[in-house]
Design a binder for this molecule. Structure first.
Ligand SMILES: Cc1cc2nc3c(=O)[nH]c(=O)nc-3n(C[C@H](O)[C@H](O)[C@H](O)COP(=O)(O)OP(=O)(O)OC[C@H]3O[C@@H](n4cnc5c(N)ncnc54)[C@H](O)[C@@H]3O)c2cc1C
Length: 416
């Protein structure tokens, strides 16, 4: 069924009895050409592009819970491509371009809203760093705009410009950045993949890999063994645990990241705003709630909940740039498990085990990467060579000394 304004009108007039389930609920088959482990945004996007762009058939996505139960449905929904390094920037710009055409592509309203993202500048050295980043973005074909405090005062008069400790000196805008309704992305890709024949199997946990003489022949699951020509893991926060089942130890740690939503307010924030002297990012949802977050909690965890010191730290960041946020009541908060890599950048690669592929290490920036990650992983699975924008996301880059360390923090996952 294709969705359209006409369809909504027709269904409205006939009692909404014609809507079909958005995807099927098939029984697992004994064998697939490609088995994707993890039905988050990245796994579903991979299945969709494998079927749509690379003409592969006989694909399954195995999800231990339900579609949207992981980080794809827990993030703060920000999309952008304002990166500095050549290993990252072309990839994230490719992703932003895919976001721009996504709703038409998979015929689903994902509420892609290019309402802009602004990184605030609070010092002269920070302005220099953002000027350099803006130039890197422009060189990669992205948009970037450095603005001074006077222009910001006109556009966002509610910010606390003259805060003695963190005065606002300007900002770096990416006007094409913004937000996307996160769980609609999972549903849209699931629907698109299902309509191309992909089996999406929920409540099916992968508990082991069938590895024979260095070749991965398939997976063991809570719903039986499934043979696979290729097995593609993308389980985000569970990466270390799942790859340990194949005997692999990854350069990844799992940490918890929290998100917060206030009660609904009248329209206030035109776009996404990030605090440059601490870690705080905020946007306003279409329902009016301020959606915000900050740093990870800073300790290893597989729990999908965080602790109070970080709640305080995040709210302090908000108060520093927009003190009126202190009047808003917090409605909800939750946590998600982040697969923090040692240099803050991801992996899309084959492993040393034939037929076993790995996608992970997205830290807390993987939502914006969803379309490009799916596309590039599908490219790797179909052609066995990396997509041109994802050539640096190799598992051996630490051994080679080719880190992609945007923040220059070194091997310190909790600081990326
Ligand atoms: C609070 C928070 C805020 C964030 N904000 C942003 C943001 O604003 N912008 C941004 O770009 N990124 C953000 N992120 C990061 C982003 O959400 C993640 O990097 C991204 O969603 C990870 O990819 P995914 O969607 O595939 O993960 P997930 O949705 O977590 O998918 C992985 C799936 O694997 C499944 N799985 C695990 N183990 C198994 C198994 N053994 N067998 C089968 N299935 C298994 C899980 O159940 C899960 O559904 C945020 C994350 C959090 C938690």
């Amino acid at each position: 069924m294709r969705y359209s304004a006409m369809r909504v009108l027709l269904e409205g007039l006939t009692g909404n009895r014609g809507w079909k389930p958005v995807w099927r609920d098939p029984e697992p088959k004994p064998q697939y050409d490609v088995v994707i482990v993890g039905g988050g945004g990245h796994g579903l996007a991979t299945a969709y592009y494998l079927a749509k762009q690379f003409g592969q058939q006989n694909i399954a996505v195995l999800e231990k819970g339900w579609i949207g139960s992981g980080n794809v449905g827990r993030n703060t929904t920000i999309i952008r491509s304002n990166y500095l390094l050549p290993g990252n920037e072309p990839f994230y710009e490719f992703s932003l371009k895919l976001w721009e055409g996504l709703e038409q592509d998979f015929n689903y309203n994902a509420m892609v809203s290019q309402r802009s993202i602004l990184n605030l500048i609070h010092s002269d050295p920070q302005r220099d760093a953002f000027a350099r980043r803006a130039n890197a973005m422009l060189l990669a074909g992205a948009d970037a705009e450095l603005v001074d405090a006077a222009q910001l005062r006109r556009e966002l008069p509610f910010l606390d410009f003259d805060n003695a400790r963190f005065p606002i000196r300007g900002g770096l805008f990416q006007r094409r950045g913004g937000t996307v309704r996160h769980d609609a992305v999972a549903w849209g890709y699931a629907r698109g993949a299902d309509s191309l024949g992909v089996d999406i199997i929920q409540n099916c946990e992968v508990t082991g890999f069938n590895i024979d003489n260095g070749i991965c022949r398939g997976v063991e699951t809570t719903r039986g063994n499934i043979r696979a020509g290729k097995t593609a893991v993308c389980v985000a926060g569970s990466s270390s645990r799942v790859m340990a089942l194949a005997g692999m130890r990854l350069p990844i740690e799992s940490h918890v990241l929290q998100a917060f939503v206030t009660e609904g307010l009248k329209p206030l924030l035109p776009g996404v705003i990030t605090f440059g002297a601490g870690h705080f990012y905020v946007s306003q949802s279409d329902k009016g709630g301020l959606v915000f977050g900050g740093d990870i909690d800073g300790y290893n965890s597989y729990a999908q909940r965080g602790n109070l010191p970080v709640v305080e730290d995040v709210c302090e960041g908000g108060m520093a740039i927009m003190p009126m946020i202190g009047r808003a009541r917090l409605l909800r908060s939750w946590g998600g498990i982040m697969d923090m890599s040692m240099d803050g950048s991801p992996f899309i690669d084959k492993t040393h085990i034939d037929g076993l592929y790995f996608n992970g290490g997205w830290c807390y920036g993987g939502f914006k990467a969803t379309p490009a990650s799916g596309y590039c992983y599908a490219h790797l699975l179909a052609k066995d060579t990396p997509h041109p924008t994802a050539t640096e996301y190799r598992l051996d880059r630490f051994a080679r000394g080719h880190l992609i360390d945007e923040k220059g923090q070194g091997a310190q996952p909790n600081l990326h």
